[in-house]
Design a protein around this ligand. Structure first.
Ligand SMILES: [Cu+2]
Length: 145
């Protein structure tokens, strides 16, 4: 009797583990969507009373929204970063001689990058985590005169 009860409990434990594993796999498969060929979402930063131009950027798996940011040269920029993924760490980087910033954001909450663009032009921004950039997690910063 006791032996069969243990057997039933073991089977139940195995069943629960398998069910949990299936749920975890389904969750992870469902949480990422490619940013490759994603439609352009353009947004212009607004200049606040303190003279800083600010813009909110959401970080998803695996894309930024907006993926096109427009700012003015010669005015400080603050990009507020919101990680919209529960479990996936993301990053925002611009790596050029004129603008060089990087910020990691793990989990919920906000981070930011600050810089003052001096030259008009187009700058690529991207997430440097794992292969996120290849999955489409990138965008363009347009600096206007
Ligand atoms: Cu990322």
């Amino acid at each position: 009797m006791l032996a069969s009860l243990c057997g039933v409990l073991k089977e139940a434990a195995i069943y629960m583990k398998a069910k949990s594993l299936v749920l975890i796999v389904l969750f992870c498969v469902g949480c990422g969507s490619s940013g490759v060929d994603r439609a352009e979402v353009s947004k212009q930063a607004t200049v606040d009373a303190d003279g800083v131009q600010r813009i909110d950027v959401d970080m998803h798996s695996y894309y930024f929204e907006p993926n096109k940011i427009i700012v003015k040269a010669g005015t400080p920029v603050e990009i507020k970063l919101h990680n919209c993924s529960h479990i996936v760490p993301h990053n925002f980087s611009i790596s050029s001689p004129d603008i060089n910033v990087s910020d990691d954001k793990w989990g919920w909450g906000s981070g930011h990058v600050r810089f003052t663009p001096t030259k008009a032009g187009e700058y690529r921004f991207f997430c440097h985590k794992d292969s996120h950039e290849k999955k489409g997690m990138a965008g363009t910063l347009i600096v206007q005169e």
